[in-house]
Design a protein around this ligand. Structure first.
Ligand code: SF4
Length: 190
């Protein structure tokens, strides 16, 4: 389950955009007021940027995020009749939406499995010996080849959270890691 509170595809997309460089807990503190005021794409598309900035201020990078939210909502309203599209090729055309964000939407709202590859997934996939690629699209392809389809969406999220909490970029906590027994990069093997 994705820990971002939402009641629609639009709200999940908006919350995912807000979660960049921000904790999910903070996003969940901000979205109730944001979604009460702008619950869907048409209302957000017509929003005053200053009001959106004020509402999302605490998530950081609020000017860029407000621009992405309003741009995304305008594109959804103008090009997709106000409904967030359920295909990767359409999602990545929306402002502020890359493959990672699109995969979150596809996996957790539309039930279309994919693996959201962010910096944590890239790092952990390499450390765990699951890929020797560095390009996110190729890493995504390698992981999909290794895992059963039903595991794709959740595995992506598990790697992201393991990267945030245990397998840090600079100082991975191998001594506390449940994967240390078979991880080829574990410092416990040295
Ligand atoms: S054993 Fe260390 S390097 Fe391997 S996944 Fe765990 S924390 Fe990361």
């Amino acid at each position: 389950m994705i820990p971002l509170d939402h009641g629609s595809a639009f709200q999940l997309l908006a919350a995912t955009i807000l979660s960049a460089q921000c904790t999910d807990a903070m996003v969940n503190r901000v979205t109730p007021a944001l979604f009460a005021r702008f619950p869907d794409a048409p209302s957000m598309a017509a929003a005053d940027p200053a009001e959106v900035e004020e509402l999302i201020h605490r998530t950081g990078f609020f000017r860029a995020k407000a621009k992405s939210l309003i741009g995304m909502a305008s594109a959804v309203t103008d090009r997709f009749g106000g409904e967030v599209p359920g295909r990767m090729e359409d999602l990545v055309t929306l402002p502020g939406v890359g493959r990672k964000t699109a995969n979150v939407l596809l996996g957790h709202w539309f039930g279309v499995p994919g693996i959201a590859v962010d910096t944590h997934v890239l790092r952990l996939s390499k450390r765990l010996g699951l890929t020797d690629q560095t390009d996110p699209v190729r890493v995504e392809r390698d992981l999909m080849g290794l895992l059963p389809r039903r595991e794709w969406a959740d595995t992506g999220m598990r790697l992201i959270y393991h990267g945030r909490r245990v397998c840090f970029a600079r100082t991975p906590r191998c001594g506390e890691c449940v994967l240390a027994g078979f991880c080829p990069s574990s410092s416990l093997r040295r």
